[in-house]
Write a protein that binds this ligand. Sequence first.
Ligand SMILES: [Zn+2]
Length: 309
Amino acid sequence: MKKVVYRGIRDISVVDAPEVNPGRGEVKIKIKYCGICGSDLHEYLHGPFPESPFGHEACGEIVALGEGVTDFIIGERVCSVIPGSFAEFINCPVERVLKIPADMDWKRAAVVEPLSGAAYALDKAQIKGNEAVLIAGCGTVGLMILLGLKATGVKNIYMSDLLDYRRDKAMQLGATLTWNPLEIKTSTKIKELTGGKGVDMAIEAVGIEATLKDCLSSVKFGGKVIVQGIFTERALVHMLGFVTRETTMIGTNSINPQLALAWIETGKIQPERVVTNIIPLEKIKEEGFEVLAGKSTKDIKILVAPFGA
Ligand SMILES: [Zn+2]
């Protein structure tokens, strides 16, 4: 079978590897799609994480059961969250396999994991429908948070991003208002929109100092800042405002698939709309990582399809 090996910065390749039977407590999945995550791009450009999650947003069909597996059947559609899934097949322990409805669209299944990250973050934040929210960043992380807020019934959702096409996507998916933070100062705009008060909650969905500062300076007294962006550099922030405004800052990096599936069931959101391209496994470097690393003018979520779209 074919699979992608990560060797180091900007160094990945597709190799032939033997197909292995699933071990005890594992299922073997024939992968339909594996999405390229922001964390994958981060590793591609800056080097591996201590526990590399490279290639973890997969969905596919179960083709073999390991010993002791009783609650899955062959042919069942699932999502799996295990590194190494830029491949034709993956053996995955059952605790990292998620059952999805049999009629779920594959593109939708492919984004259940990123949506689950938003679900975990918003569950931790305990947002209420009447609150106002700033999301700094309109990439996959920001857009998934937006969809989660829509599913929760939140109405005032403001978003910032440097790129026009990403802001357009945010508006299409139901953002209240978006702007370019280089043209409009985010904290000033937020004060204007909230009668001088600030938003109840701000979500950092980029992973850079500028957006973290925008979030910290845009929340109300006693407000919450959720940090979900992956930071490469240190961020220097002025802590006086943080203290005097009694801000709560929460970092999140886990998933809540049950809540994500419940959001999808409401019928209010179509998370697959963040998918902008589907590429063959062989083209993962040129049409996937290098495109995302460069100046793409349209891409948000790219899916890798080992057996074709
Ligand atoms: Zn991910």
